[in-house]
Each structure stands twice: as C-alpha cells, then as structure tokens.
Design a protein around this ligand. Structure first.
Ligand code: HEC
Ligand code: HEC
Length: 383
C-alpha cells in the first residue's frame, strides 16, 4: 500500500471541504490518496512502514518522489499501435493527405486540420469548434496528439477506436457535413491520385476506395502523432530532465490525488469519470456518456482527458468553460477532490504540467501535396 505518512508530512493541513461519495470515492480510496482516507489510515501505515520508505524513495535531486506513484505513469510509445490495424507507410501517406484535405467537407472549406491544427498542438483553441456554415458545436475540440492510444475516443467514448472515430466528423451535419459515406467515396474516387493511393494503401481490397478505409488511413496517420518531451526522459530515468520546481509540482499533483484519474502514458485517456465528483459541475447541459448509454449511472461521466501538452490546448474541459490552466487546476481541486488548493499549490502543479509539453513532429506533419488539388486544376484552366 501507499506510504501515507510521506504525504501527511508534506501537507499536514490539507483536508477536503467535503469527501467524495459513491464509485469515485471507492476509486479515490483505493489509491488512498485523498485526505478523507489519510487521517484514518495514517497511524497504521506509519507504524508499519516508516523505515523501508526512505530506502525505496528515489532521490530526485533533493525532491523525493514515491517510486510506486511514479510507476503510474509511462513514457509515450513511438507509435500508438493497434493489434488489428497495422501502421504501414502507404496508409500513413494517404492518411496525412486526407487529414489535410477540405474536399472531405460539404462546403470544401474544412479539413480535420481546421479543428485539430497540427502545428498548434492538435486543437483549435476555441471553447467550441466551428463547423459547416459557421455552426458552433457543443464540445471543445480535444487534441489529436497522443489521442489514438486512449481506451476510447471522444469525450463520451462513443467511438471504440481511432479508425471508427474518423468516420464521425466527416458526416456530422454541424462539422464536415458530407451527405453520406457514398458521397465521400464518390468524391475521393473522382480524384485519380486518390484512387491510386488507396490502391497502394489497401492492396488486398477489390474496391479499396471505401469509407472504412478512409478511417483506417487517417487513423494510421494519427497513430504516430506522438509528442515525447522532457517528461518522458524523466520517466526513463534522467532525473535532471525536470527542474526542481517541476518535481515539486509533480509531488503536489501526487499529494493531492490528481493521478487517481490522470494516469498512464497519457496522464488520462484510460477511464471515464464524473465531471464534478465532489461538487456538481456547474454546466449540466451536456450529460456526457449518459447521452450514449442512456443510463442514469453515466450522467456527467466523461473520458478523463490527457494532460500531455495541456498548456497549449486551452480553453479547458468538455464545455470549454475555463480559459486558463491555473483556473482549470483550481476547478479540478474543488470539484474532483473537494480541495481548495492554495495559490502556491496551483502554481506548483501548473509548473509541472508545463513540463508535459512535448515536441511537435514537424517533418511528420508537414502538409503534403494533395492529389490533383483544385489549385492545380484551376491553374491549368488559367493557362
Ligand atoms: C468542426 C471541427 C472539427 C472537425 C472538422 C473535426 N473535428 Fe475532431 N473533434 C472535434 C470536436 C469538437 C471533438 C470532440 C467531440 C466529442 O467528444 O463529442 C473532436 C474529437 C476528435 C477526436 C477524439 C479525441 C479524443 O481525445 O477523444 C479525434 C481523434 C478527432 N476528433 C479527429 C478528427 C479527424 C481525423 C477529423 C477529420 C476527419 C476531425 N477530427 C474533424 C472537432 C472537429
Ligand atoms: C476523479 C477523477 C479526477 C481527478 C481526481 C482529477 N481529474 Fe482532472 N479531469 C477529470 C475529468 C473527468 C476531466 C474532464 C472534465 C470535463 O471536461 O467535463 C478532467 C479534466 C482535467 C483538465 C482539463 C483537460 C482538458 O483537456 O480540457 C485538467 C487540466 C485537469 N483535469 C487537471 C487535473 C488536476 C491538476 C487534478 C488534481 C488537482 C485533477 N485533474 C484531478 C478527472 C479527474
């Protein structure tokens, strides 16, 4: 079990204003990170494990991080592989073109990149995205970086994987608004360069230009949209990859219990949780997962988002309701953990969160020449 006295020593006065109930409380209690459980178990834990703790705690400069807690995080993989959908070079080449191609939208003005700008960390930095004919969607656009490895796709998890996810926005009437899968296929089949590229990417298919393959190709491209950075070096054992202040921030994040939900290689993307575990979320318009399952138990359940590159993807939350990272951390403390975090704690956590910003793979995302692009056609017309 965890060594609670370490945390109690660091933050002796942190008690939540109220304690979580229900499933989330179990979750929190299971990790014994919340001050609700701290008081109850402190004594026995302190008595049984005072000596071994020091031996186990790794010395990270002079900031000690419990190695057991550190093991909740992993470095990013080189690619977010799928057992069923191998990433091949021809699929990636095609997928990159499709990602940037506005011909996949009804008005020919929106590509995936319009709302997931790869040069700007894969999001659009708007509270809500703007789709077909300026229509405003109901959710904030999450980044496509480091996303294909999540356990499900979308805030409400309604797509099981990246391949399925791709097929949704293209047909969404307030996003890319194409009329039907057949419409998309006809559009692409009319571009000779695409007919060839699909054939190369899916050599075993008799009719490679089909809607499922649009999903497969774009997803193959997305599966390599990873942004490793200093945090990954740190997890691989380079203690100097983070500054002292960043390590302090990590410790604060662990001490208050954020990693109960934000864990794994993506610091999120591995579970659903309620927005407003301790204090109800102010905006109840969007009921999240319950809108998919129609189950009352899923009300306000959302996929716990990744915290990678989080400083770059404001505004925050499914409803884009919070503009700054400081405020987002404050909201999390209050609504998810029942803690009124001090200014110092918030600043410390944010300092560490900024170390999660990785490097954009510039060459990989360079906008390709699109097959038989309309500009080329109109230029021909001019000549
Ligand atoms: C009009 C803006 C817009 C366009 C165009 C768009 N998206 Fe999105 N995307 C969003 C929004 C908003 C969400 C969140 C919706 C939700 O969760 O219900 C989203 C969610 C996603 C996710 C899920 C990420 C996660 O963490 O769960 C992926 C992946 C994604 N989009 C990829 C794409 C691809 C690929 C395309 C092009 C085929 C595309 N998007 C086109 C706005 C857009
Ligand atoms: C009980 C689970 C849980 C805990 C504990 C938790 N979070 Fe979250 N976090 C979530 C969920 C769920 C969301 C998405 C909420 C929404 O948008 O409706 C989220 C969203 C966020 C976001 C916004 C991400 C984005 O892309 O918009 C940040 C930043 C964040 N959390 C940081 C933290 C920090 C820092 C802590 C500790 C103080 C913390 N979280 C504790 C579940 C949790």
């Amino acid at each position: 079990m965890f060594h609670l006295q370490e945390w109690v020593n660091v933050m002796p006065n942190r008690m939540p204003s109220s304690c979580p109930t229900g499933a989330a409380a179990l979750l929190v209690l299971a990790a014994l990170t919340n001050a609700c459980s701290r008081g109850q178990t402190e004594q026995s834990s302190a008595a049984s494990s005072a000596a071994p703790v020091q031996a186990r705690a790794s010395d990270l400069g002079s900031v000690e991080i419990n190695p057991r807690l550190l093991r909740r995080f992993q470095p990013l993989p080189a690619a977010m592989e799928s057992d069923r959908e191998p990433i091949t070079a021809p699929k990636v080449t095609l997928g990159r073109q499709l990602f940037y191609d506005a011909r996949l939208s009804k008005a020919k003005d929106l590509s995936c990149n319009s709302c997931h700008d790869l040069a700007r960390y894969g999001a659009d930095n708007r509270p809500m995205s703007i789709g077909f004919r300026g229509q405003i969607g109901k959710r904030n656009s999450p980044t496509v970086y480091n996303a294909a490895g999540h356990f499900v796709q979308f805030w409400d998890g309604r797509s099981a994987n990246a391949e399925e996810q791709v097929k949704v926005p293209i047909l969404n009437p307030i996003e890319m608004a194409m009329a039907s899968p057949g419409d998309v296929v006809a559009t692409l089949a009319a571009v000779p360069g695409y007919a060839k590229a699909f054939h190369e990417a899916f050599p075993d298919d008799a009719h490679p230009v089909n809607y499922d393959n649009v999903g497969r190709a774009i997803a193959a491209f997305e599966r390599k949209l990873v942004t490793p950075g200093r945090w990954d070096q740190f997890l691989r054992g380079d203690k100097e990859a983070l500054t002292r202040a960043e390590k302090e921030g990590l410790k604060t994040f662990l001490n208050v219990g954020c990693m109960v939900c934000h864990t794994g290689p993506y610091l999120g993307g591995s579970m659903f949780e309620r927005a407003g575990v301790v204090e109800p979320w102010p905006n109840q318009d969007d009921q999240g997962r319950a809108e998919v399952t129609k189950s009352a138990a899923d009300r306000m359940m959302f996929k716990v988002p990744s915290l990678r590159n989080i400083e770059k993807t404001a505004p925050y939350f499914h409803d884009g309701s919070v503009g700054t990272l400081d405020d987002a951390v404050r909201v999390m403390g209050k609504r998810q953990l029942g803690l009124d975090l001090t200014l110092e704690e918030v600043t410390s956590i944010v300092t560490w969160l900024k170390s999660l910003t990785g490097e954009i793979p510039k060459d990989y995302i360079a906008m390709p020449q699109l097959p038989d692009a309309p500009t080329a056609v109109s230029l021909k017309g001019v000549n």
